[in-house]
Design a protein around this ligand. Sequence first.
Ligand SMILES: Cc1ncc(COP(=O)(O)O)c(C=O)c1O
Length: 401
Amino acid sequence: MVGNIDWQSLESKYYIQTVNRVPVTIVRGKESTVWDDKGRSYLDFVGGWATATLGHSHQTMIDAIVEQSKLLIQVSNAFYTIPQIELAQLLVDNSCMDRVFFCNSGAEAVEGAIKVARRYGKLNKNGAGEIITALNSFHGRTLGTVAATGQPDYQENFKPLLPGFVHVPYNDFEKIKEATTDNTVAILLEPVQGEGGVNIPDPEFFTKVRDWCDRNDLLLILDEVQTGIGRLGTLFGYQKFDVEPDVITLAKGLGGGVPIGAFMVTERANSLTFGDHGSTFGGNALTTAAARSVVEFAINENLPEKVRVSGQKLKNNLLNLAKADYSNITEIRGEGLLIAIQFETEIGLEVMQECFSRGLLVNRVRPDTVRLMPPLIVSDEDIDKGSAIISEAVHAVSKEK
Ligand SMILES: Cc1ncc(COP(=O)(O)O)c(C=O)c1O
């Protein structure tokens, strides 16, 4: 209990109203469970918006944050700090990338990648600056990333947009070819479209795009903000598709809930130089120490392998549910622990509400789609518990129809 204060009324009075929140005030979390201010528990399959790599308040992160906060939290990036350098080394040594820059969020990471591409165009391609991105993509809410995002709803109220983005259907290599001009410098794609509804490309899609980039001297930028650090059952999303990009972005799972983002480049794409970019908080000692503990855990405990097994278990449970009468489910799709339940009709919100009333948090990502992104350490028991609640919720909603 956190007193008898009506927190939600206070929020509606004091907070800028841009988010339609679920009516629950969460005060505490442990592993895959969170508790509200009335003491009620919920199984969290939203996973802090796909950030909860180690679940809530994992001892590994607590120790890293406590120890680092006693030593040093923040100094200017004019100086060297050890956790930042250690995290950089860890990420580079375990990826196909050569260098990293740390920032504070996913959108900032994509902004950085856009700057890398524009600068690459200036240096190597007569100033070419256009970036091909996908329809239905999501790259963030800053003005640059809203322009990159292929969803008009996010753009309309903020025009004029940053120019230089061309949108083509996701997973359509021919359209990428058609959209490429002398002014194209990069192709920016999510390995799996997350906010777009968990859309998975054909196995050969990225191989073809990689080859196209090589033939036309384009940078392949993969936005791994949602898919990076184990979510798809591989440490990085690109490993799932067996391609090596030139630039990747990270955030969400990298910090395990602590706000940190990153963009990484290969030596070829390393176009930024002194004075081109910077950040006050980016890569500060506290967040990089926390992220280092998350990435070390993911590597040392082989978390991606666990995610493959857990993801398959969750998928199997849902596939069984899809076979049941009245399920309304037309498809279960996903990789690792990023999974969507596709319904025939627009019952996503009702299913989400039924899950909520039974103590499970899920995300209605589209009117007809529910998305699951539990913590990567989710236990088998919690997978079964969550699946049973989803089953009840789906049947409650579908039978009413
Ligand atoms: C693929 C992708 N890129 C970028 C972002 C933006 O990240 P942030 O909300 O941390 O700015 C998101 C957020 O959902 C995302 O899924």
